[in-house]
Design a protein around this ligand. Structure first.
Ligand SMILES: [Zn+2]
Length: 284
């Protein structure tokens, strides 16, 4: 899971409220003239799961977008910005990263170890670092790598999602950030009610209730009360599920915006946004 932890922690850092706008800019600048354009595409692709929870959630779409931006960055730094005095370390680093990543999924058709060795020896040869041919080799290699990486994107998205879905603090910040885009400017008008909030869905799918129940370990996320004795996922129990960012505050019906609550907390009018610092509990 090494490389996926790295990706997951990069995504967590992007949503750090202190620097989120800046982080988005640096993530998306290679492909987009503004980070809003990137979010627009994520929302377009994920508009169905905002309306009604889907297994391939808004966060899946975001991760997928992140991975394509990651690829473009690699290309940009490695190839497009290659100049005569490009740094060998940059290239070797790149191939080490790719080697780790591809290795994590299955054996690669590309022998990165051999490539690194070849590049090393070619580089050492006289003026090779300025040589056109050397750069062409790199370009061809990068394109092969890109093709291979794209094949693994669905697996990588699933692994990163697995890591992020358990991180309640991240889910809070993710949904809070997305809430500023939940408007008729970005989404179809018929998704909203007369107060400009997304239309509430009546029933959550069983697969989602089950996932949220086990993730939250049967405890109300407001008061920590253990409701596992009261709860059966086979019953009508919508009152035990709540939006992390309420619809009234721009929250969505996405599966990443749901949490477990006791019915008292859920029905309470005084409920305020949960402090994400309180999300972690000890296992025993
Ligand atoms: Zn409660």
């Amino acid at each position: 899971m090494g490389i996926n932890f790295k990706f997951a922690s990069e995504i967590i850092n992007i949503f750090d409220p202190a620097s989120v706008d800046e982080n988005f800019k640096s993530l998306t600048f290679v492909n987009f003239s503004s980070s809003d354009e990137f979010i627009k595409i994520v929302l377009e692709n994920g508009s169905n799961c905002i309306k009604k929870p889907e297994k391939y959630s808004l966060l899946h779409h975001l991760i997928e977008g992140y991975l394509y931006c990651y690829l473009s960055h690699e290309r940009y730094y490695l190839l497009d910005s290659l100049c005569d005095d490009f740094e060998k370390e940059l290239i070797i680093d790149f191939f080490h990263r790719q080697y780790d990543l591809i290795n994590e999924y299955q054996s690669s058709e590309i022998d990165y170890e051999e490539i690194i060795e070849t590049l090393d020896s070619e580089y050492e040869n006289s003026d090779y670092q300025c040589h056109k041919e050397y750069k062409e080799n790199l370009r061809t290699l990068y394109e092969k790598y890109e093709e291979e990486f794209e094949k693994f994107i669905p697996n990588i998205v699933d692994s990163i999602f697995f890591l992020l879905f358990g991180n309640k603090k991240f889910l809070f910040y993710f949904n809070e950030y997305m809430s500023s885009f939940i408007s008729k400017d970005y989404l179809p008008v018929d998704m909203f009610d007369e107060h400009n909030h997304l239309i509430r869905i009546k029933y959550l799918p069983e697969w989602l209730k089950r996932a949220v129940y086990y993730r939250d370990r049967g405890r109300c996320q407001y008061c920590s009360r253990d409701i596992s004795g009261l709860y059966s996922i086979l019953e009508d129990n919508e009152k035990h599920f709540d939006h992390i960012i309420p619809l009234e505050k721009g929250g969505t019906n996405d599966s990443t915006n749901m949490q477990l609550t006791c019915s008292e907390c859920n029905l309470s009018k005084n409920k305020s946004l949960v402090n994400p610092e309180h999300y972690y509990e000890v296992y025993w």
